[in-house]
Write a protein that binds this ligand. Structure first.
Ligand code: ME8
Length: 484
């Protein structure tokens, strides 16, 4: 059986989840469910990134110990993912003991390779982003990533010989052109590497809330070596010898601002430790409001739980995927979400199911006939789009099939038909609806399950997406979506 391992960034716990963090998790959930209906063995990892100065400071502000503070926020993440119907297999926390062990282990491997040395760092530091910056990297004297103030820093530090991996990284990309999706994000890191790689600081002296650095206990490990290792510790590395089966089929879903860490620094750490790189990094764009990135610290965060309560998790999942391609940025708009509920979910999909099942309930004949709608189903195109992580395109092609099915109703006017002819049209509609529910399952799982239940069948798989015989007696239920 094929394997599929998908991860999300592990989120900083200085914030509760917002629509941007929710997006990464929804994308990963859709990919996980897609691979499940393909019949693969799937492992889906998400979690929280709990060490570092930022978190130490946030806890202090709240008058809590770091541990008390992170425990509370980690729970908020878990409950939010539950509201969004996220079916992860493991929720990792960087304060988990087995994770801390894995971080010490990988640091030791890197050190044994001779890739760690002690030096001194002098430059600028962005506290919220926990990044050192050079004069050249500053933008108008501020952090280029978040636009906030930076402070001057001079610190003894331990460094990782990142510069040593310049050529190896470039050949990783040229040997595997789909290592980073989309392609323009691969070119971006490639061009930056060609300008020259600096060695990377991997410890902090002033930060107590972190994993101890075994080589020198007056330091803790800087968040990125700690955080990135979650992708291995989350599947039992280093003790689980079978981790390679999942690892060779791994996809990291990450936002564009952390592409560098995932496509450059992470593979370099792994090369140093003698571990293969992950299979792929899928880099998604940002949700914005009036063009500005949504973020708690910019004060424009939108609470996904509030949207779920008002519109349902499926409506939110659907709207986020249908609004833009994964790798693009896009403005979030509640008006557009409402329009999609009314126009696409309630009218196109909801009505199709409701009116078909209304006719089926009144019909006593055999639900059988000849497939007439199957030629409208572009299954290969949907599979191809999903293989390319183009969830937007896949969902659009599924929606074209829903529209074709609605057109079939209008063209054939089943309310005017009788007996065998009616049985034939209803057969086609029911089979189309079953296939639609199967293909929509990764995107709107709750709605798909409701359709399956109205059809009187259990959930089907991708291999069942063809017109066959009907063995159940469908029963109409409540409309799938109410207009808002
Ligand atoms: O960077 N639009 O954590 P983080 C889309 N702990 N996605 C967004 C977004 C937005 N406006 N805002 C956030 C960290 N995200 C590290 C990661 S991984 C080993 C360590 C999503 O809490 C997006 O996926 O800042 C982004 O990469 C992630 O949240 C950053 O979460």
């Amino acid at each position: 059986m094929g394997k599929f391992y998908v991860t999300t960034p592990i989120f900083y716990v200085n914030d509760k989840p917002h629509i941007g963090t929710a997006y990464a998790v929804i994308v990963a959930d859709i990919l996980a469910r897609w691979h499940k209906i393909k019949g693969e063995d799937v492992f889906f990892l998400t979690g929280t990134d709990e060490h570092g100065e930022k978190i130490e400071k946030s806890a202090e502000k709240m008058g809590k110990s770091p541990k008390e503070f992170v425990d509370e926020i980690a729970e908020k993440f878990k409950s939010t993912w539950k509201e969004l119907n996220i079916e992860y297999d493991k929720f990792i926390r960087t304060t988990d003991k087995d994770h801390e062990y894995a971080v010490a282990f990988i640091t030791d491997l890197i050190n044994k390779k001779g890739d760690i040395y002690k030096g001194e760092y002098e430059g600028w530091y962005c506290v919220p982003d926990e990044t050192f910056l050079t004069d050249l990297e500053l933008k108008d004297g501020r952090c280029p990533a978040c636009g906030r103030e930076v402070k001057k820093m001079k610190e003894e530090n331990y460094f990782f010989k990142l510069s040593k991996y310049q050529e190896k990284l470039l050949s990783l990309y040229s040997n595997n052109s789909s290592f980073v999706i989309p392609d323009f994000r691969l070119r971006e890191v490639e061009n930056r590497i060609k300008e020259g790689l600096h060695d990377l600081d991997i410890t902090r002296k002033s930060v107590k809330w972190g994993i101890p650095f075994e080589l020198d206990k007056s330091f803790t490990i800087y968040v990125w070596l700690d955080a990135l290792t979650n992708y291995l510790s989350g599947i039992g590395w280093p003790n689980n010898k079978d981790f390679t089966e999942l690892w060779s089929n791994s996809v990291h879903v990450v936002g564009k601002e952390i592409n560098w860490f995932h496509s450059v620094i992470w593979p370099a750490f792994l090369m140093s430790a003698g571990i293969d790189p992950p299979k792929q990094v899928l880099v998604h764009g940002w949700w914005t409001i009036d063009g500005k990135k949504i973020s708690k610290s910019f004060g424009n965060a939108i609470d996904p739980v509030d949207l779920v309560k008002r519109y349902s998790s499926d409506a939110l999942r659907y709207a986020l995927i249908k609004e833009k391609r994964i790798w693009d940025d896009g403005d979030f708009s509640e008006e557009s979400l409402k329009a999609r509920i009314n126009g696409e979910l309630a009218a196109d999909l909801g009505n199709l199911v409701y009116r078909t099942l209304t006719l089926v309930e009144k019909f006593e004949g055999e639900l059988e006939g000849t497939p007439e709608l199957d030629s409208k189903l572009k299954l290969n195109k949907i599979v191809e789009a999903m293989d390319n992580f183009d969830t937007y395109l896949a969902l659009s092609i599924i929606w074209d099939f829903i529209k074709e099915t609605n057109k079939y109703v209008t063209d054939r006017e089943p309310w005017k038909l009788k007996e065998k002819e009616l049985g034939n049209v209803l057969y086609n509609l029911l089979e189309a609806i079953r296939i639609i529910a199967t293909l929509l399952y990764p995107f709107i799982p709750h709605t798909s399950n409701r359709i399956f239940s109205q059809l009187g069948i259990s959930a089907s798989k991708l291999e069942d997406c063809k017109f066959t015989e009907i063995h159940s007696r469908p029963r109409k239920g409540e409309p799938l979506f109410k207009k808002v």
